[in-house]
Ligand binder design. Structure first.
Ligand code: PEP
Ligand code: MN
Length: 357
């Protein structure tokens, strides 16, 4: 795959990132027109809205369906914006294309399914249509599966392809809704330098307070654009309410973002710093997990009237950890300092448990 083209032709001449904004889901005609109008008045020209929504469990809001296509058509007519929506099967593609949708995107759950990807690719080929297609990363961190999905669409003759980085699912509670695993889109970019890569801070962060930092991180890493969920009344949104922001909040974030020149040296440095950031957050999460196990041990010791500090156990921990650290090239002095600090905090946590009624 060598001949990728920019997603929009007017994007070639500008160094500015492509901004795609709009609600997670189209909810009503007035909502769609209201958001689009506000976005358009502030210079955003690509609108997004999901009308067929893949939900984790049945019973959630599954989108308004085909009638939302009329609303998107009105957005085009009234504001001259490009409109985009998510497609997951043959019918979606046929309906969206015949309604004049300008850009299709394929969701993370669909990208994880080669049958669905092939069905979409076959439909595009059958229609022999040249439309930009944005492909979200699969829910699982499998770069080859993502590339495979892109390849299927490419083989259907589509050249205006973009990859959307929306993070990867992991089990359990984490700071972000989906782990960014930045090294995956970075590797995708290394392999396909002409493929546009767009970051989706809304689905990575899962909370509106993360949108700005994640967007800046993506720009620092040299991403080509951002897709940001924008809703007129986020708290009442029918899907993804915690992560959506108002158009006003979006403009404020965009005005503060630092748009970087694509400079290779900075990109490398930023990528390395990004890795450090990720490891730091992982360390913090691991420490928090370790402390919660310590508290559980505290509960048990309290119940069985066992004393908190057990020197034999402490000595064993130290010597086995120092050995392992040395094997990995860390000095004894460094690891002893770290472990002593962790141990002190573990005791403090257990004392706290003992004191509680
Ligand atoms: C969406 O963009 O609203 C969506 C469903 O995204 P994802 O496929 O990334 O979960
Ligand atoms: Mn969403």
């Amino acid at each position: 795959m060598k001949n990728f083209e920019p997603i929009l032709s007017n994007n070639i001449t500008t160094e500015l990132p492509l901004i795609i904004a709009g609600p997670c889901s189209a909810e009503s005609e007035s909502q769609v027109l209201q958001i689009a109008g506000e976005l358009n008045a502030n210079g955003i020209n690509v609108f997004r809205a999901g009308i067929w929504k893949p939900r984790t469990k049945p019973g959630g809001f599954e989108g308004v369906g085909s009638k939302g296509l009329d609303w998107l058509r009105k957005v085009k007519q009234q504001y001259g914006m490009y409109v985009s929506t998510e497609v997951a099967n043959k019918n979606h593609v046929i309906e969206a294309v015949s309604s004049g949708v300008d850009i299709l995107w394929i969701g993370a759950r669909t990208c994880a399914n080669p049958f669905a990807m092939q069905e979409i690719a076959d439909t595009l080929e059958m229609l022999s249509i040249d439309i930009p297609v944005l492909i979200k990363n699969p829910v699982n961190p499998d770069l080859e599966l993502w590339i495979g999905g892109i390849q299927r669409i490419y083989n259907a003759g589509i050249r205006r392809i973009g990859a959307i980085h929306r993070g990867f699912s992991v089990y359990g509670k984490h700071i972000y809704r989906n782990q960014p695993q930045w090294h995956l889109p970075i590797e995708l970019h290394r392999r396909f330098p002409d493929l546009s890569i767009i970051h989706d801070p809304s689905h990575v962060g899962g909370k509106r307070e993360f949108v700005s930092t994640l967007s800046q991180q993506a720009l620092d890493l040299g991403f080509d654009g951002l897709m940001i969920e924008t809703h007129d009344n986020p708290d009442c949104a029918l899907s993804d309410k915690d992560q959506q922001i108002t158009p006003k909040a979006l403009f404020e974030i965009l005005s503060k973002l630092v748009y970087r020149k694509k400079d290779q040296t900075n990109e490398i440095l930023n990528q390395l710093r990004q890795q450090i950031d990720e490891y730091d957050y992982e360390l913090i999460e691991l420490l928090a997990k370790r402390m919660s196990v310590c508290r559980e041990i505290g509960e048990y010791k309290k119940e069985k009237a066992i004393s908190i500090v057990q020197n034999k156990r402490y000595d064993e921990i130290m010597s086995s950890r120092v050995l392992r650290a040395n094997q990995l090239g860390l000095s004894s002095e460094f690891i002893v300092k770290v472990l002593e600090s962790v141990h002190t905090e573990s005791i403090r946590q257990q004392i706290d448990v003992f004191r509680k009624e």
